[in-house]
Design a protein. Structure first.
Length: 120
């Protein structure tokens, strides 16, 4: 029993450490496809500088699905980003982002806060 408790505490400690990941650390999962540096456009996904308040799909290379979502009124805010990053394909069906999303709400909040202060 004592060993079991120790293991449980150790697992909780690891889970706690994971929840303390910063937005910059979580952004490493996006960084293969997106830049948060001004003017960098040679990435598979759109540059994310100035994202908050921007119409979805308004950057070069956006898919028809993303452009249509923007034309229907999708503008990036904390709330719309939270929904999109939770489940990109549910939020914008047929969009071209090959990423299944961030399951944990604190991770989404941390990365959205990080994006709010781009460029980095
Ligand atoms: C495998 C590459 C890839 C990864 C990883 C990825 N994205 Fe994307 N992302 C894309 C592509 C490609 C698009 C354009 C999709 C479209 O237009 O349909 C996109 C679109 C977006 C958009 C909409 C941009 C706009 O101007 O409308 C946001 C916001 C976004 N990604 C955020 C993120 C965040 C935050 C992460 C990490 C948690 C991430 N992405 C991970 C490739 C990726």
């Amino acid at each position: 029993m004592r060993i079991f408790l120790f293991a449980a505490v150790a697992i909780l400690a690891v889970a706690g450490a994971a929840s303390a990941q910063t937005g910059a650390e979580i952004f490493q999962r996006c960084a293969g496809c997106h830049s948060v540096a001004a003017g960098v456009v040679d990435t598979p996904g759109p540059n994310l500088v100035g994202l908050i308040g921007r119409k979805a799909g308004s950057q070069p290379g956006a898919s028809d699905a993303m452009k249509a979502a923007g034309d229907k009124g999708l503008v990036w805010s904390e709330a719309t980003l939270d929904k999109f990053l939770d489940d990109p394909y549910a939020a914008v069906p047929d969009n071209g982002m090959e990423f299944s999303g961030l399951e944990r709400a604190p991770d989404r909040k941390a990365v959205i806060d990080y994006l709010k202060s781009a460029p980095h």
